[in-house]
Design a protein around this ligand. Sequence first.
Ligand code: ATP
Ligand code: MG
Length: 429
Amino acid sequence: MTQLQSLRGMVDLLPEAMQRWQAVEDAARRLFQRSGFLEIRTPLLETTELFCRGIGEATDVVGKEMYSFSDRGDRSCTLRPEGTASVVRAALQHGLLSQGPQRLWYSGPMFRYERPQAGRQRQFHQIGVEWLGADSPRSDVEVIALGWDLLASLGVGGLELELNSLGSPEDRIAYREALVRWLEQRADQLDDDSRQRLQVNPLRILDSKNKATQALLDEAPTLADALSDASRRRFDEVQQGLDTLGIPFRINPRLVRGLDYYGHTAFEITSDQLGAQATVCGGGRYNGLVSQLGGPATPAIGWALGMERLILVLEAASEADPQGPAARLTTRQVPDAFLVNRGESAERLALALARSLRQAELAVELDGSGSAFGKQFKRADRSGARWALVIGEEEAERSEVRLKPLHGDGEPITLKLADLEGLITLLRR
Ligand code: ATP
Ligand code: MG
């Protein structure tokens, strides 16, 4: 029989990798807690309509990348390609916005039918924040700082914040016209993809990776020139806020982001840790989305970071600096004690002892192999535990447990099994 395989672009996360994942998730959860953001979890499966309306039909995500299918009730369903639309849907559905601004965060798998490569998968994971009801330039700064500080605290090196303003919807309409007019006169110099976008989503051409198109765009009118005074003032205030916090940034007039709902502040945080600059976190302001999904006009800002890309960056950082914070993230979890046991009654007692110690919040690895003591002691050494707890036939008969220090050369100690308190105190020391 052929060995079954996971689907292309769907990746297993094995226990060894999970240490780093959990460390990142813990750090994020703690930072969000300290910053007044509350967790929200939404379904992986939503109506297709949510993303068509929320993200925009002309985007790559909706146009080419969604996993959509009809369920048995003939409803068109889509595996969520991103988190923002779902969070807004949930906030509206449960009336959260009537309780005032919502600072929310989420984490979990997203699905996009893309060509898999390093840091790009079909099921991937994001951690994101959404602040619904936040209007001031200060809220932009606070949200950007949250992403920046999270990455910095994890030990991601070579961080760069790229910033742009997409202006108001009116600014964008004016700019779009100017850009299309300019590009139409030079359509023969555009790559095929960009020529197509000229009709459906011209702003996305700014984002083209095609070298010739990029060179052409150097001459093109920029969004910055099209901003109204109010939009420009707003953008200045965001920049001043970042200056005040000492967060360096680079204005990138080409940064437009892939989803239709962004306006005013757009940003990406990249790292050079993988050689080339890789985008780890992206986000921006999306004042139009809530009303687009049927809610009251509500300003909002958020970001999402890609876990797989962040993990790649952290792996590179920890290789570059084995003593640095990124390397310490994966410090192996070591049990407090390793329980060596052999013989029928010894094994029974050991099972009960491991349970009692775990109930006392101690980490105990119980050797369940029944193999020779020598082999069990080898595993005890490898576990990194400070103590081996030993129950053999003799100990079992005397209702005792022997503690053998595994680091250094301390003397073994023998305790009565009944003296659980004494044992716990010793192991906690
Ligand atoms: P890209 O230009 O790389 O396709 P994007 O603009 O589509 O990125 P966003 O929708 O802004 O990405 O998602 C935010 C982050 O999620 C990205 O910066 C990236 O780190 C991560 N991400 C997006 N798509 C994938 C994917 N297919 N696999 C892994 N990570 C992804
Ligand atoms: Mg993409």
